[in-house]
Design a protein around this ligand. Sequence first.
Ligand SMILES: NC(=O)c1ccc[n+]([C@@H]2O[C@H](COP(=O)([O-])OP(=O)(O)OC[C@H]3O[C@@H](n4cnc5c(N)ncnc54)[C@H](OP(=O)(O)O)[C@@H]3O)[C@@H](O)[C@H]2O)c1
Length: 248
Amino acid sequence: MTTINTRKNIWITGASSGIGRALALILAQQGNCVLASGRNLQALGALAGEHKNIKILAIDISEAIDSDAIRQHFEFLNCVILNAGTCEYLDVDAPDWSMMERVMRVNFLGAVNSLEAALPLLRSNPLGGGHIVGVGSLATVVPFARAEAYGASKAALQYWLNSLRLDFAPEGIDVTVVNPGFVKTPLTDKNDFEMPFLMSAQQAAQRISCAIESRPRVLNFPRRLSYLLHFMRLFPSLWQRLMVADKK
Ligand SMILES: NC(=O)c1ccc[n+]([C@@H]2O[C@H](COP(=O)([O-])OP(=O)(O)OC[C@H]3O[C@@H](n4cnc5c(N)ncnc54)[C@H](OP(=O)(O)O)[C@@H]3O)[C@@H](O)[C@H]2O)c1
């Protein structure tokens, strides 16, 4: 469903850095009213100082969120962007299995907590037609070594969003799953491996901002990496050989 470009009330989680920060600025510059959330109040304050259309909310999405915290800024929401996320890699020699819970708590349950708070406001829109955007990852197309926690959390997120799309369709709420490849942000600055087709947070945010208008079911980018990974998915043994050879 395509909508006319009107001023929207948009809540974006994980807007204190990286993709979310760049996206909050683009959406604000387009004339939308943006509520930018994260835990780092100082970083959020700096973001709010960059554009008058940006309001901020310091919250930890791994805990339950009160809808009233959003309602203090908006009577209703047109769009919620479930972007906040974290990444931890497994140390195979000394696995810290508690990381599974930590990562799921933010990447999956954090999105659930956020939507629980946003849904009453999406439903309050007098014109209807809300939009839920979730930021997944191309990492779920094929398994990546040491990415057990991250990949599982994003796969859970994607399935949940795809199911929600079916359940919300009758009331006109669209669901978009955004799957970025490698984007240069504080999250990937920690990576110690090569990141093919690495793009900037600004480039990633530009692509996502277009999806706020066009509302596709799924947005995969960059296309070259997406095609390559979807192709490799057809040859799991070859993919495994490449991954294992890379570790030697
Ligand atoms: N960078 C990539 O290559 C890439 C690729 C595919 C998908 N993604 C996804 O894109 C999204 C944005 O990531 P990014 O790369 O922009 O990373 P980032 O710069 O590290 O941003 C992550 C954001 O999530 C917020 N966040 C983390 N834990 C939180 C919590 N418990 N409660 C509230 N907010 C929390 C952080 O804010 P605070 O620290 O202030 O809480 C920050 O604003 C993530 O979902 C990530 O998985 C990234």
